[in-house]
Ligand binder design. Sequence first.
Ligand code: SF4
Length: 347
Amino acid sequence: MTQTTPSLPSNSNASSLSKVRVFVRRRSKRPKTTSLALQQHDLQPPTRDDHYKRSSFPEIEDFAYSGANAITQSSKSEMGLDVTLVESEAASTRPTGELPAHWERVLEGIRRMRCSAEAPVDTMGCEKAGDTLPPKERRFAVLVSSLLSSQTKDHVTHGAIQRLLENGLLTPDAINNADEETIKKMLYPVGFYTRKATNLKKIANICLTKYDGDIPSTIEQLLLLPGIGPKMAHLVMNVGWNNVQGICVDTHVHRICNRLGWVSRPGTKQKTRTPEETREALQRWLPKEEWVPINPLLVGFGQTICTPLRPRCGECGISDLCPSAFKEASNSSPSSKPKKSGPNKKR
Ligand code: SF4
């Protein structure tokens, strides 16, 4: 994700804004692996039926990026939502699109890599915003975090959320009553902080006047808010309301799904052109229980290994399964390039 470097607003009081809360890193329950290579038993491709025979969601708690599943599993009662309905809906949904070859082995390989290294999204992603707050306040925090996250790195968004929180400005009421200059100072150096401050004021007012101080609870209503696009709306539905309506596809998910050959434009083998096209293509085949965890999984993978420029294919545990392996400029030395073998070999 690219980040702009906005100019500091006038009358900025940076020193008063520098206090940030430190997250305590949660230790993974599973011993970390040093080898990213897939084991032989992983090379038996499961069928779609095998996938749906699973009695529960994947073991996401074991991974460093556990936030998404923690929401669907352990925060259900806290959210006060009918999660049984959400889960039964997910279990009964059977995407009908054609499954990409080896997709479960690729997913498992990425999970293994994500176990071995923490990414910024694991501690500072939008899913983490306000995670100690009561449900209603937390939903607003997730919405604000989503708004701020575009064109902004996770740690910068996280810093702005912490400043708003510490200054008592992370509620619709407080934002509505604050002057816009104060909001700008809190948001800086978030990308497009001036425009986002304006939109945040408007959103707070809409939440107060139309939703009794809460946030909208449908995709359609969320998309009517200024500055909120499909990626953010789906993330807010998934995290804020625990109501999975679609996959949150950001630039990392969009890029990696295309590199893996998981998505294409309808009726073609060409890459999708936009995150929205990727979302629609991915939803045609990806089982619904993966719709929430796929975002933090691939975002973290994109932040650490499958980076936008010079992906680290030489360190990637699924390079023998990836059709894009070593095709883009890599910072891996030529000698580290493994010989292609196995399922990714041209047949
Ligand atoms: S092999 Fe390279 S392009 Fe493919 S997923 Fe791994 S890092 Fe990304």
